[in-house]
Design a protein around this ligand. Structure first.
Ligand code: S3P
Length: 426
């Protein structure tokens, strides 16, 4: 149990956030498939991303980690061997979904397991396209545990039925290891880190409007990856600075890939004072700084269907901010949130309701009647890191203390979260 209460302090100063989780996972995966040495700087040291390192070590890849620097000694796909025990994916949806694409294409048998929460999350979304490619994946109810008998895939053309970068990446990675051309069509754009990272490793991938095509059996070469700060971690401080009176915060060296910055776009539309500046590119990833100032008088906005994937992990924060808007705000098109680390429509609504918000679940998402003061309460984090951190940010504006059950789940993506909070709460 952690008690959080802000006695009139504000968020000020200049900070950096830890490395991007999505990019960290992919750097280890592509490094393991490549020939030669891959050096990753600013790797995210969190439970989820360490699962990916652990999985590839079990697949025979030599990986040395020294803090946030990681060296991957890739020997191409021939360097991967069948593991002698199940691969434990922990809580990491990205590890399991992306690795399914890779393992389905390799001639070996693997057994994948995960924690209770991950074992309830849908895997049919990756199993279905991989079955279409000819994969042999055995799973009871399209959930973990699953057994993959890899190899012998055919390329496909596949239209994503859900806006999911994990599914897109699983198919592209399977396509990379399969003879022929594989195409994924995404009706709404989702995070494109896999596509942006492949050229760094000497790979080629083509985007034409909504379709992304990869040629199979390309040889990747080791690369140096500089992981930018994670915009989804920065989002907690962005939300905090927007709602806590007199805040003025700078976040440096954060990833500003437009497929991830939906929260910033939506908040700007609501009248938030946020400046973002791209300073450089790391590979194909734009990186820069953000300045966020306290923004009273926010106005409600409508979330468009094609924006959701660009802020999919930030919806709990958007709901928190909506509690401070004068008037009513609907957040629609967010059905995908039901399949995250918790049912995030339910966990967001219930958490904010306990803190005094006027918020209800609707068939399309949620509706928030903003403008009332929040108060403290005991909060169950649902074992969901993003709900725990959202409630911690909410505590910055509650009139009494918030008590968090199971704050440890935060280390799934942001182990230093409370240290950072102490550093900027002044
Ligand atoms: C991720 C994609 C998103 C996101 C997850 C990380 C990724 O999931 O929620 O935290 O790294 O590809 P979906 O693509 O399934 O929406």
């Amino acid at each position: 149990m952690k008690t959080l209460y802000n006695e009139g302090k504000r968020l000020v100063g200049t900070i950096e956030v830890p490395g991007d989780k999505s990019i960290s996972h992919r750097s280890i995966m592509l490094g393991s498939l490549a020939k030669g040495e891959t050096i990753v700087h600013n790797f995210l040291e969190s439970e989820d991303s360490l699962r990916t390192i652990n999985a590839f070590e079990k697949l025979g890849v030599k990986i040395q980690k020294n803090g946030t620097n990681v060296k991957v000694n890739g020997h191409g796909i021939n360097g991967l061997k069948q593991p002698d025990a199940p691969l434990n994916m922990g809580n990491s949806g990205t590890t399991v979904r992306l690795i399914c694409g890779i393992l389905s294409a390799l001639p070996m048998k693997t057994n994948l397991i995960g924690d209770d929460s991950l074992s309830k999350r849908p895997m049919g979304r990756v199993i279905e396209p991989l079955h279409k490619m000819g994969a042999n994946i055995v799973s009871q109810q399209n959930t973990l545990p699953m057994i993959i008998h890899g190899g012998g895939l055919q390329p496909i053309q596949y239209t994503l039925p859900v806006d999911s970068a994990q599914v897109k990446s699983a198919v592209l990675l399977a396509g990379l290891l399969t003879n022929g051309k594989t195409t994924v069509i995404e009706p709404n754009i989702t995070r494109d880190h896999t596509e942006r990272m492949l050229p760094l490793f000497g790979g080629t991938v083509y985007r034409d409007d909504q379709s992304i095509t990869i040629n199979g059996q390309q040889t990747l070469h080791g690369a140096t990856v500089h992981v930018p700060g994670d915009i989804s971690s920065a989002a907690f401080w962005i939300a905090g600075a927007v709602i806590v009176p007199n805040s003025d915060l700078i976040i440096e060296n954060v990833g500003l890939n437009p497929t991830r910055t939906g929260l910033i776009q939506v908040l700007k539309r609501m009248g938030a004072m946020i400046n973002s500046t791209i300073r450089r590119y790391e590979g194909d990833e734009p990186v820069g700084d953000l300045q966020i100032r306290y923004s009273p008088n926010l106005k409600a906005t409508e979330l468009k269907a094609d924006e959701v994937a660009t802020l999919v992990d930030e919806v709990p924060l958007l709901a928190l901010i909506a509690t401070q808007v004068n008037g009513s705000m609907e957040i629609n098109h967010i059905e995908e949130l039901k399949y995250k680390e918790s049912n995030r429509i339910k966990s967001t609504v219930e958490t904010l309701k306990k803190l005094g918000a006027q918020i209800e679940e609707t068939p399309q998402g949620m509706v928030i009647n903003g403008g009332n003061e929040l108060f403290g309460s005991e909060i169950d984090t649902y074992g969901d890191h993003r709900i725990a951190m959202m409630a911690s940010i909410a505590s910055l504006i509650t009139s009494s203390p918030v008590r968090l059950n199971n704050p440890d789940c935060i280390s799934i993506s942001y182990p230093g979260f409370f240290d950072e909070l102490n550093q900027i709460l002044k």
